[in-house]
Design a binder for this molecule. Structure first.
Ligand code: MG
Length: 261
């Protein structure tokens, strides 16, 4: 099931996307929230009549750096012995189709296409064989990075945490099992031109390892998001660029870079 969060006529709701052809998609409005048992209302609205929002409102986005060997190498880094983890704040999250404002304090904005894991239930110290039980589904993410700031500043709070630095969407796909999620094609295009192309099977550490590692340290809440790292091919974004992250079996997350107003 593809679960979207959307607004229509000033109201916000979750809904299940139905249909295949892009022009014929409808949303069946969910009664309640997708983190508990829910029912479909049967009230359907055409997708092109709503505004899609970030599919969840995470209390935190926890991201993993350098989880693809080729990407670590392209920036002159080793694959770390222990996963590099960092936060992107809730205020960095933005939705499909939302503009990304080029930050005033950077001259080198980069795209990073990533598989995003959406947590479905509160969890801590999750054993490896229970990881599948704490996941609601998967969506696309773009770990937008001010690369020059990342090089200059020891911690990455500004480089990767500015407003708009975490596009998520277009929806949460709940029908993908863990084995499949660990082997999906992932790509990034800029203005239609391919920049990144990889498979999640190239991740140094699969999803299970990342969730075990993170929940040793912290409680993950329903709606929290874990970014799993980016394949090789990261590169610059300029004002006016349209950047799209596509993941097999999930969908495409598109955003446009705009200048500060
Ligand atoms: Mg990243």
């Amino acid at each position: 099931m593809r679960i979207a969060r959307f607004s229509i006529d000033g109201n916000v709701a979750f809904g299940a996307i139905e249909g295949q052809a892009p022009d014929d998609l409808v949303i069946d409005i969910i009664k309640g929230i997708p983190f508990a048992d829910f029912e479909l209302s049967g009230t359907k609205v055409p997708l092109n009549k709503v505004r899609l929002l970030p599919p969840v409102l995470p209390s935190k986005v926890v991201a993993i750096g350098r989880n693809y060997a080729e990407h670590a190498a392209e920036l002159g880094n080793e694959v770390p012995e222990v996963p590099v983890a960092f936060f992107k704040p809730s205020t960095s999250v933005t939705g499909p189709g939302d503009p990304i404002t080029y930050p005033s304090f950077s001259e080198e904005l980069h795209h990073e296409a990533e598989l995003a894991v959406v947590i479905g239930r509160m969890c801590r110290d999750v054993p490896r064989d229970r990881v599948k039980d704490v996941i609601l589904g998967f969506t696309c993410a773009n770990d937008i990075t001010a690369r020059d700031v990342q090089r200059r500043e020891k911690q990455w709070a500004r480089a990767k945490g500015f407003d708009g630095a975490c596009p998520l969407g277009p929806w949460v796909e709940t029908g993908i099992d863990l084995a499949t999620a660990n082997d999906l094609a992932i790509q990034c295009t800029v203005n239609g031109e391919q920049r990144q192309l990889g498979r999640t099977s190239e991740m140094v550490r699969p999803i299970e390892d990342l969730i075990v590692h993170l929940t040793e340290a912290m409680t993950l809440l329903p709606g929290d998001v874990v970014l799993t790292g980016t394949p090789a091919g990261v590169g610059p974004l300029n004002v006016g660029d349209e950047v799209a992250v596509s993941i097999e079996g999930i969908g495409t997350l598109t955003n446009k870079v705009i200048t500060r107003g």
